[in-house]
Each structure stands twice: as structure tokens, then as C-alpha cells.
Design a protein around this ligand. Structure first.
Ligand SMILES: Cc1cc2nc3c(=O)[nH]c(=O)nc-3n(C[C@H](O)[C@H](O)[C@H](O)COP(=O)(O)OP(=O)(O)OC[C@H]3O[C@@H](n4cnc5c(N)ncnc54)[C@H](O)[C@@H]3O)c2cc1C
Length: 387
């Protein structure tokens, strides 16, 4: 079906012929589940034994999916995208931190990024992954309402202080901040912290946005409960489908418990749509970020905005896609005046490997999306008469 998203000329206007060729090869490889599995194991092996593969990774997959090693590296791509009215959200890689020292370092890095983006309209949001500010074990214990010993209690207080420090700084500079969602076993603690932050900082407008993973069948109840029990604030919700499906199912299987994930894709899609209905029925107290590469979901929101007389540029509604994916959605939304950003990951190559492997695995398990991505690249190469 032809939609605004079929326009490849504008979608790939920032990509050189070489970059298109590289993207085509990457998505061809990513399409193959076995190759992705072998590639992921090999990459982990190379890094474990300090085999120097960084230049190869940087030249290929890293440069396609990431903005650079430092925030300054990202400036040129931020500028180019903003010329096309696509904003950026800088996401510093923060996987697998374990010590208090690392959490403090990460906290300071998040503060310095907020400093870097203040007064820059091309970077309207900050973002952080909660478990970069405290240990996964601690988040798990708090989520399970386990009793904490004195040391753990102190550590948790520090997590709270870091959370509050990041949100406070964002609030002071009037920058919206996205809190990523993670696995179910840590999410209850994250949700509780996010609510605390929204109650403190979202009195007049949505500054803090919590992420709601609609592949979880319990999330409509979660949102309804929040709305019913908290007054006087503007909720910020980032609606996504969810990135940890296979892991969640495995955990549920191993522990012989019911999977927290919807039974199939159709059920997730329905849940996502119901989530959108809930948001649009409560737009007087919810601001929305839709983090999705699903064209139908984005088209649905565009229609809901038009049905509700909401201007394309209304700051209440933002769309987000990951850098290196679904440019046809981002750049065509921008042409039509909608608010849209790219999540732009950056950091040392080694630190970004888990993120890159996740992108590859996700793309190889969602055949339709990768096929679509590849088809659009081929269409554009055809249009440029490169094939
Ligand atoms: C800006 C942005 C921010 C994001 N932030 C987060 C975040 O904080 N936390 C997070 O977890 N993810 C996050 N994601 C990833 C997101 O959750 C999805 O994994 C990804 O966007 C794919 O979903 P989709 O809506 O784009 O596309 P689609 O291709 O329509 O959906 C694919 C998704 O559907 C679900 N699904 C697929 N098959 C099944 C099945 N058999 N049964 C049930 N469900 C199924 C899975 O969630 C899968 O990822 C983010 C994505 C974006 C673009």
C-alpha cells in the first residue's frame, strides 16, 4: 500500500550512495538468524580476547546505527538531521555497569549530557536506562519487595538520589526526559521511581516520561491505575511494544510461571492500540511519545491526531525511531510537520556491542520489518539508478 512512508527520496536524502550500499548489505546479513547468531558469538569472543576488531565494527554496523564515540562526534549528524526537521536524542551507552563507582560515573555523564543539550532545540529530550544508575540485583530485590540489608538500603537511597538528580537537572533546564523500560524483574522498582519523579516534576507539564511496554498484557491496567490514583500532574508516557520478548518468555518458562508477554503479535498490536486509545481519551493529562517502527501504528496516531483536531506540531505528541532504522517514517513525518526524533546512541564501540547485537537480533526475529527496510533501500538505489 502506498503511504507517505513510501517516499524514499526524502527518507534517504542524507545517505550517500556508499551508505545505502552498506545499509543494504547490513540488512541482508541481519535477515539471516543464523548469521546473526554466529556474528554475535564471534564479536563477543573477539572482545573477550582483545582481538582488534573495533575498526571493522566501527566502519560497518557501528557507523550505521550509532552517532559516534563522543557527543561532539554526533554534532554533524544532529545538524544534518535537524536541517530536515528531525530531532535527536543522545543516548550514551550504559550497558553492564556493576559498581557504585560506575553508577556515579554514569550519573555524572547523564548530567553532563543534559548540560550539553541545554538550549538546543534540535535535542528536545534526554534519556536514561535505569539500571545504569544502580545494580540490577538491587532493582530486582526492590521490585520483589525483598527485605534490604543496611548496605543495600544505603545503595538504594543513592539510586534514588541519582534518579532525582538527573530528573531535577532536566527539569531545571526544561528538557523532557525519557526513562527506558527494561525486563519485568526490575520494572516494578523503575515504575515506582518514575511515578515519584512524575509527581515531583510533572506538575505543570510533562518533563518525566516513563516507558510502557505494550507487549505486556498487564500494562493497560498499569496505566489505568496510575490515572485513577494520581491527580494534579501531566503524565509522560513513551509507548513501545517492548524489546525483551524472547528473554522474558525464557525466564517465565524456566521458573514455570505465566509469561508476562502477550500470547502473540496480534495480541501485542491490539494492546498497543488500546494503549493509544487510553492516551487519546485522556490527552488533557497525558503527553505521548510513540517509540515504534510500525508504519500502521504511526498512521493510526496521525489519524487520531487529525480526528481530535490536534495540530501536527503539538508538543504533546512525539514520534521516535532508532538511528539507522525506519528513516522512511522519521523523515516523511518531519516533512509533514510532525514532531519526530531519532535515538542516537553513542559511546565507545566496545560498550555499544550489546546494543548492536540487540538491534541485529531484533531485526532478524521481526522478518517483516527487515524485509521492508531492505525493500526501501533497494527502491531508493533503483531510483538513483544504482542497480
Ligand atoms: C524510540 C524508541 C524507544 C524505545 N525504547 C524502548 C524501551 O525503553 N524499552 C524497550 O523494551 N523497548 C524500547 N524500544 C524498542 C521497542 O520496544 C520495540 O522492540 C521495537 O521498536 C519494535 O517494535 P515496533 O513497534 O517498532 O515494531 P513491530 O515490528 O510492529 O513490533 C515488533 C515487536 O512486537 C512484539 N512482538 C513480536 N512478536 C511477538 C509475539 N509473537 N508475541 C508477542 N509480541 C510480539 C515485540 O515487542 C517486538 O519487538 C524502543 C524503540 C524505539 C523506536
Amino acid at each position: 500500500m502506498e503511504t507517505i512512508f513510501s517516499n524514499t527520496k526524502d527518507a534517504f536524502s542524507l545517505k550517500t550512495n556508499f551508505e545505502l550500499l552498506r545499509a543494504m548489505f547490513l540488512f541482508k546479513i541481519i535477515q539471516n538468524k543464523l548469521l546473526v547468531k554466529i556474528g554475535a558469538s564471534l564479536t563477543n569472543f573477539f572482545f573477550k580476547f582483545y582481538i582488534p576488531v573495533t575498526p571493522i565494527i566501527k566502519f560497518t554496523v557501528f557507523n550505521h546505527f550509532c552517532g559516534g564515540v563522543s557527543e561532539l562526534d554526533c554534532n554533524s549528524v544532529i545538524k544534518k538531521m535537524f536541517n530536515k526537521n528531525v530531532s535527536s536524542v543522545l543516548d550514551f551507552s550504559t550497558e553492564a555497569f556493576k559498581t557504585e563507582k560506575e553508577f556515579d560515573k554514569c550519573f555524572n555523564k547523564k548530567l553532563s549530557i543534559i548540560e550539553f543539550i541545554k538550549n538546543r532545540s534540535e535535542i528536545p529530550f534526554a534519556v536514561f536506562k535505569p539500571t545504569c544508575l544502580g545494580s540490577i540485583d538491587l532493582f530486582t530485590k526492590v521490585s520483589n519487595a525483598d527485605k534490604l540489608n543496611t548496605e543495600e538500603e544505603n545503595q538504594w537511597q543513592r539510586v534514588l538520589q541519582r534518579f532525582e538528580g538527573v530528573c531535577q537537572k532536566a527539569h531545571d533546564y526544561d528538557i523532557k526526559i525519557l526513562i527506558d523500560a527494561e525486563e519485568v524483574f526490575v520494572q516494578k522498582a523503575i515504575d515506582d521511581l518514575a511515578l515519584k519523579m512524575m509527581l515531583k516534576f510533572n506538575k505543570n507539564k510533562a518533563i518525566v516520561y516513563n516507558t510502557v511496554q505494550m507487549y505486556r498484557w498487564d500494562r493497560l491496567d498499569y496505566m489505568n491505575n496510575l490515572l485513577d490514583n494520581n491527580n494534579g500532574i501531566i503524565f509522560g508516557f513513551k509507548l513501545v511494544r517492548g524489546a525483551y520478548m524472547e528473554k522474558e518468555r525464557e525466564i517465565a518458562k524456566k521458573s514455570n510461571t505465566k509469561s508476562p508477554i502477550c500470547a502473540d503479535k496480534a495480541e501485542t498490536d491490539l494492546n498497543f492500540n488500546n494503549g493509544l486509545d487510553l492516551v487519546f481519551n485522556n490527552l488533557h493529562k497525558i503527553n505521548l511519545v510513540c517509540g515504534s517502527h510500525n508504519e500502521n501504528s504511526v498512521l493510526k496516531i496521525m489519524k487520531m491526531m487529525s480526528d481530535n483536531d490536534i495540530s501536527n506540531k503539538d508538543d504533546k505528541i512525539w514520534f521516535g525511531q532508532l538511528y539507522g532504522m525506519s528513516d522512511n517514517i522519521s523523515f516523511n513525518l518531519a516533512i509533514h510537520g510532525y514532531n519526530v526524533f531519532k535515538i542516537l546512541p553513542f559511546g565507545p564501540v566496545r560498550n555499544l556491542v550489546p546494543y548492536l547485537i540487540r538491534r541485529a537480533e531484533e531485526n532478524s526475529s521481526v522478518k517483516g520489518q527487515t524485509g521492508r527496510e531492505l525493500q526501501l533501500i533497494v527502491n531508493e538505489r533503483n531510483r538513483r539508478r544504482l542497480l
